[in-house]
Design a protein around this ligand. Structure first.
Ligand code: SF4
Length: 275
């Protein structure tokens, strides 16, 4: 797809308004063992909080809103951070404002927002243009480096671990996600906790429906996975969960921005927090 066509597709979806249906009605369906999964998720968050300073990385997607809700319900001392890349959808930014207001009632879990270094972002756009990400994977990753990776490293400085909303069901690249992943200890010095690793999309929405958790309205417009506006589109029936992310790229395995590097198989052993 050419960059012009990609931009046009994006504008079409955003301006004409994609079809809409309440995601809760479409997806909420608990697994038979949902209760046990919920207990394990809470135990994982408690273990993370007990292990030292940890932060939740929130993209403000459905999984992350569930995790924040669990942190609040159990009054866990876990800071929540959001990477505002400067290119998020208006709906995502509105949800961020709501979350900031909500967390004022939960001082154990404050919100932090990290933004790219303005000069670096501006220089990249001046040099490569606003649509650089459509031209090559290298340029796309360079943009992610400035807008996501560098702010991420600031967000995680001094932490013992971080918490993500990764689920095994999200993509084949994530099929081996560990609940407690120690493979980043040698590189980033961090333990990564993914308390919803074994949850289905139906479990996530069951929890949202049960507790009336606020969520991004883009989910009602068939955006299962939400990132920056230029790099996210709605999916159609039968498409993969992450098909709407960097959809113009065909190279398999490339649809990650580097936040979640693949783990070292040598350290890959399944480990659960004690329930
Ligand atoms: S997702 Fe797209 S817009 Fe966002 S940082 Fe990466 S390349 Fe840039």
């Amino acid at each position: 797809m050419t960059s012009a066509a990609a931009v046009s597709l994006l504008r079409g979806a955003a301006e004409s308004g994609s079809p809409s249906a309440p995601a809760v009605n479409l997806h909420a369906r608990a697994s038979a063992d949902f209760g046990a999964k919920l207990q394990r998720a809470v135990a994982t968050l408690q273990a993370a909080a007990a292990a030292g300073p940890v932060k939740q990385a929130s993209s403000l997607g459905a999984e992350d809103m569930v995790i924040t809700h669990l942190i609040n319900r159990h009054a866990l001392p876990i800071t929540i951070f959001v990477l505002d890349t400067g290119l998020l959808h208006a709906e995502t930014l509105a949800l961020l404002e709501n979350l900031k207001a909500q967390q004022q009632a939960h001082p154990h879990a404050p919100i932090e927002v990290y933004r790219p270094v303005q000069e670096a972002a501006e220089q990249f756009v001046a040099r490569e243009g606003h649509d650089a990400m459509y031209r090559s994977i290298e340029l796309r990753k360079a943009c992610c480096g400035i807008r996501k990776m560098e702010p991420l490293s600031r967000a995680l400085a001094g932490q013992a671990g971080w918490i993500t909303g990764l689920r095994r069901e999200q993509s084949s690249a994530r099929a081996e996600v560990l609940t407690i992943d120690r493979s980043e200890e040698a590189t980033r010095g961090l333990t990564k906790y993914s308390p919803l690793a074994d949850w289905t999309w139906g479990d996530v929405w069951h929890y949202i429906a049960l507790h009336q958790v606020a969520y991004n309205p883009l989910h009602d417009r068939f955006y299962p996975s939400i990132g920056c506006a230029p790099c996210t589109r709605a999916v159609t029936l039968g498409e993969d969960f992450r098909a709407g992310r960097w959809w113009w790229e065909s190279e398999s395995g490339a649809k990650e921005c580097g936040l979640h590097v693949s783990h070292n198989p040598a350290n890959a052993k399944h480990e659960e927090a004690p329930a």
